[in-house]
Design a protein. Structure first.
Length: 246
């Protein structure tokens, strides 16, 4: 998980700042609506909805927003018709970038994404140009607190996790997507709270940047995530600790 760990930390810490600005509420509400439209309003039979509701809880999204999003998905409330679009390309220094969007105007979203790639020294590519560099994984982040590292590692590995790492005051656990639910249930049964619990895209290799290129890459990621239409941004970007602190 080299490289991925640091970026996972940056993403979920930045997520708390985004929530203050109201960005996460909009994005997660949209995800809940789509999940309900595709698989119904019962999370026990709709993994996508279950994950969206988990993300809502992680970001303290008000219950009324969640309920409104579910009603929109079920057709009880009129709402915009969204479609999912993925973009792939390269950032500064050849960093691989995958962008997941949910939009009611694909021309607007494509223009916005293309503009940001160009502004920060990157370029959009064809579908499939970088997706082969990523694998879908279950990701759990647990604050270390008073937890025993060896006990937690054995517990999660027995539940189906495939990797366990201690980093920056936290434990990061990864699994195959089909083992995600079992690992999650094991953590819940043992009253172990997660900071992050989601299925994500993890790069198989990373590209390190330093100095100006590293700063440009961070600015590109933040600018993409600030777009209302963008749900997730995945990269294989790695950077020195001193740049991370900045």
């Amino acid at each position: 998980m080299s490289g991925h760990s640091k970026w996972a930390n940056i993403k979920h810490k930045k997520g708390k700042v985004d929530a203050i600005r109201g960005k996460v509420t909009t994005k997660v509400s949209r995800e809940i609506t789509i999940a309900v439209r595709m698989g119904g309003s019962d999370p026990s039979g709709n993994m996508r909805l279950k994950l969206a509701l988990q993300k809502a809880r992680e970001n303290n999204i008000p219950k009324e927003n969640i309920q409104r999003a579910i009603q929109k998905g079920a057709g009880a409330i009129d709402g915009n018709s969204y479609e999912e679009i993925n973009y792939e390309g390269y950032g500064p220094g050849g960093v691989a970038i995958m962008v997941e969007a949910m939009t009611d105007n694909r021309n607007r979203t494509a223009a916005d994404v293309r503009h940001l790639f160009s502004k920060y020294g990157g370029n959009l590519g064809e579908t499939g140009c970088v997706s082969w560099m990523f694998k879908q994984k279950g990701l759990f982040v647990v604050e270390q607190d008073e937890l025993d590292e060896e006990e937690l590692m054995l517990l999660t590995l027995d539940a189906g996790a495939e990797d366990f790492e201690a980093t920056d005051g936290e434990f990061e656990i990864t699994s195959q997507p089909d083992a995600f639910e079992q690992v999650q249930e094991t953590l819940e049964k043992n009253n172990i709270k997660t900071v992050v619990s989601r299925i994500t895209m993890v790069p198989e290799t990373t590209t390190s940047l330093e100095g100006d290129e590293s700063v440009k890459m961070m600015k590109l990621i933040e600018a993409l995530e600030d777009l209302d239409d963008i749900q997730e941004v995945y990269t294989n970007f790695d950077m020195p600790e001193e740049d991370e602190e900045e």
